[in-house]
Design a protein around this ligand. Structure first.
Ligand code: URA
Length: 433
């Protein structure tokens, strides 16, 4: 410890926000830096995060907070690449495997995709956990390997290095255990600090809305999307957001290996309609934002080019794209409770069930099961007959079935014939500036 005086006192900064005040630029710079250095204690940062959750932040405060988190670490630079770069970030959902087909698809359109991803915590799955179901695939790459793969293949999905926005890593872990994840200023600054530090030229945000998402309604999701689009644009990153439905799971799978298999189906020209629709919608946004509006991603999906890029992307990271994916030791089928029309299949219930089956973790660092998850045999709007299989639960540890079934209580609703719900809209709104 040195005796050098600190610029501020943590209690004074907390009290400013507790009393509904606006944090000054020097206060923000200091508190983010001092927390990263360990001078501001976890309990003090928790109090400040709760005050921010309750009293909010003005746009200039959020921008400064984001800049301070970026300044806590390194910034990557892709300007030496021969292609423009575009990245996508999803705020997290159930069955959200879109990154898997999307990255090779966009690369096939001549735009490089540096997709630095995370692992799942809670009911939303992690892209790296899914890809680790592929035998041999490696998530950890050095910055030099990322750059080389972007030049050679055009797409990389890997773990974000420890050097990017370390203030966010520490703060996110604290928010996770202090009930302060759901603050819009903190979510927006957390996501955008990582994406701006990553160095992508353009960014497309997939902001999920519905029971399986952080943002349960359109109003909150719009506020989050507008805040992030403004942060990105002001930082010189062309940023666009799509608000997309997360009231039911995306596609017919939630888990790890099962989501890889479904992504490969999409790349092979099949797959569920909603996954294909969202993959193409996001790819079009990324390609257009990167200045390549002369190409249509739908063509690159249809003619097999995206599949070629997938195979090269997986092989470049040690994975075998032809290896059989892990299968579960145990399965259990959930059947339709009655005959009629499937009117609801709650995303949160399915996500929690997949998580409890072993697809996700309840503590950072825990091992996930590659073969765990949920496979759906029907989607909302389908006619179902009492006793017909609706879902298959998969796990290596059958003692998990009971808790997974509990998560599904009330998640499945079957209505009388003639009460078919209106067709689901996947993309709800687009936000640009
Ligand atoms: N994802 C992030 O990276 N940060 C948040 O705060 C929420 C979701």
């Amino acid at each position: 410890m040195t005796d050098t005086p600190e610029a501020f006192d943590a209690v004074e900064v907390i009290a400013t926000k507790r009393d509904g005040g606006r944090l000054s630029d020097p206060q923000i710079d200091w508190v983010v830096d001092a927390y990263t250095r360990g001078v501001v204690a976890d309990e003090q940062m928790s109090a400040l995060a709760m005050a921010i959750l309750l009293n909010g932040m003005e746009r200039p405060e959020i921008a400064r907070w984001t800049a301070a988190m970026i300044a806590s670490g390194e910034r990557m630079d892709f300007s030496s690449l021969s292609r423009p770069t575009a990245d996508k970030h999803s705020t997290g959902g159930v069955g959200d495997k879109i990154t898997l087909p999307l990255a090779p698809l966009v690369a096939a359109c001549g735009v490089a995709v540096p997709q630095l991803s995370g692992r799942g915590l809670g009911h939303t799955g992690g892209t790296l956990d899914k890809l680790e179901a592929i035998p041999g695939w490696r998530a950890e790459l050095s910055n030099a390997e990322i750059l080389a793969q972007l030049e050679d293949v055009g797409a990389v999905i890997c773990a974000a290095g420890k050097g990017l926005a370390p203030a966010d890593k520490k703060l996110y872990a604290l928010r996770d255990v202090t009930g302060t994840v759901e603050a819009i200023p903190l979510i927006a600054s957390s996501i955008m600090s990582k994406k701006i530090a990553e160095g992508t030229g353009t960014l497309v945000l997939d902001v999920k809305v519905g029971s399986g998402a952080f943002m349960k309604d359109l109003e909150q999701a719009t506020e989050l999307a507008e805040t992030m689009v403004a942060l990105g644009t002001d930082a010189g990153v062309r940023t666009v957001a799509l608000l997309t439905d997360m009231s039911v799971p995306l596609g017919l799978t939630a888990g790890n290996a099962v989501e890889v298999a479904e992504s490969v189906e999409v790349l092979a020209g099949g797959g569920p309609r909603d996954v294909v629709e969202l993959t193409i919608a996001l790819a079009r946004e990324m390609v257009a934002a990167a200045g390549r509006d002369d190409v249509d991603p739908a063509d690159a999906l249809a003619d097999g080019r995206a599949m070629d890029f997938w195979r090269r992307m997986i092989s470049a990271q040690g994975g075998d794209p032809d290896a059989p994916l892990p299968t579960p030791r145990e399965t259990q089928v959930v059947t339709a409770p009655t005959t009629g029309v499937l009117t609801g299949l709650d995303a949160l219930g399915v996500g929690v069930a997949a998580w409890r089956l072993g697809a996700g973790r309840s503590r950072p660092g825990e091992q996930v099961q590659a073969a765990a998850g949920v496979v759906l045999h029907a989607t909302v709007g389908d006619r179902v007959v009492e006793g017909q299989p609706l879902l298959t639960l998969q796990t290596d540890t059958p003692e998990r079935f009971a808790r997974a079934e509990q998560a599904l209580e009330g998640a499945i609703t079957v209505g009388p014939d003639g009460q078919e719900p209106s067709a689901r809209q996947v993309v709800l709104q687009r936000i640009d500036r």
